[in-house]
Design a protein around this ligand. Structure first.
Ligand SMILES: [Zn+2]
Ligand SMILES: [Zn+2]
Length: 308
């Protein structure tokens, strides 16, 4: 439930306590304890805890119930008034039509008893009155229509379940898309690394084979150079270490035999660190014998025999 953890940096993952109900507040509505003392500090009274929300909502429901009752009463009264008004108007029209008849029948005295109505019409007093009434009623109608618009809008402000569902769906879709993208990237990277590894292995082997070839042609110096190149690319290339070691003491290149033996021992040690084989143990034992270290040489030789 991501939305109930604070997302502000330095208090991310703090527990959300409630909602800020301040209309003018520009911060995220939900707040954690740290938000309360920082981003909402100037209107803490508007920050309502989840537990308090129930009470507020109950109060709002009360207000809605009361006002609905009042609205119904007003609507009923309005309906009654309009019914009366329409009835009277119908009656007025009937009376006027009757007057036409009375005039035709020359019942002048009867007409005279209602002459005030005609006078009012004649002076436009009645007409003006009717116009004013229509204007008033239209004003009331506009007010009521505005109320309906307001109520419709506020019900639209509520996010529907479907909207939330869609939002979550989109989030998941995007996450999956990103995951797939990341997977592709990781695969590409792995492939790249694999390619580089394979290239290195091929290069190492190439130098090693070249070394072997040079060695068979008694070109010891150049052969050692090739083994060095192979080892430089892959310091764990034990075969090259072993070959270099052997070549060092077989070749008899150096004037300073002691130095060569030391280097050869280092090469065999490198090779042995990666993999102990009887032949590598024997190689090191041979050098130790040359150096007069018979006891150590014997131990290595016995270890080699055990492994064979
Ligand atoms: Zn926070
Ligand atoms: Zn706030």
């Amino acid at each position: 439930m991501d939305i109930f953890k604070c997302k502000y940096i330095t208090h991310e993952n703090e527990e959300i306590m409630g909602f800020c109900l301040n209309q003018n507040c520009q911060n995220t509505t939900q707040y954690c304890y740290k938000c309360l003392t920082t981003t909402h500090s100037d209107h803490q009274k508007d920050c309502i805890r989840f537990s308090e929300m129930n009470q507020y909502i109950h109060e709002f429901i009360q207000i809605y119930h009361q006002s609905t009752k009042q609205f119904k009463e007003i609507s009923k009264s309005l309906q009654l008034c309009f019914e009366q008004i329409l009835k009277i108007k119908e009656q007025d029209v009937k009376n006027l039509e009757k007057m036409i008849q009375q005039l035709q029948n020359k019942e002048y005295l009867v007409v005279k008893s209602q002459i005030n109505i005609i006078k009012k019409m004649f002076t436009k007093e009645k007409e003006n009155q009717i116009q004013k009434q229509i204007i008033y009623l239209n004003e009331i109608l506009v007010t009521i229509k505005n109320m309906v618009t307001d109520l419709t809008q506020s019900s639209n402000e509520r996010i529907s379940d479907d909207e939330i569902k869609n939002e979550i769906k989109n989030d998941i879709k995007n996450e999956i898309k990103n995951e797939i993208k990341n997977k592709i990237k990781i695969k590409e990277l792995q492939d790249e690394i694999q390619d580089k590894k394979e290239q290195k292995i091929i290069e190492c082997e190439r130098f090693f084979n070249e070394g072997q070839a040079l060695q068979s042609l008694n070109k010891y110096e150049e052969a050692i150079e090739c083994y060095d190149k192979a080892i430089a690319i892959n310091p764990n290339y034990d075969v090259a270490w072993n070959s270099k070691g052997k070549l060092l003491y077989y070749s008899g290149l150096a004037l300073h035999k002691l130095e060569i033996y030391k280097d050869a021992i280092q090469c065999f040690d490198k090779a042995l660190n990666i993999q102990i084989t009887p032949d590598r143990l024997k190689n090191k034992a041979y050098i130790l014998l040359q150096l007069g270290m018979t006891l150590e040489a014997r131990q290595l030789y016995l270890a080699a025999l055990e492994k064979e």
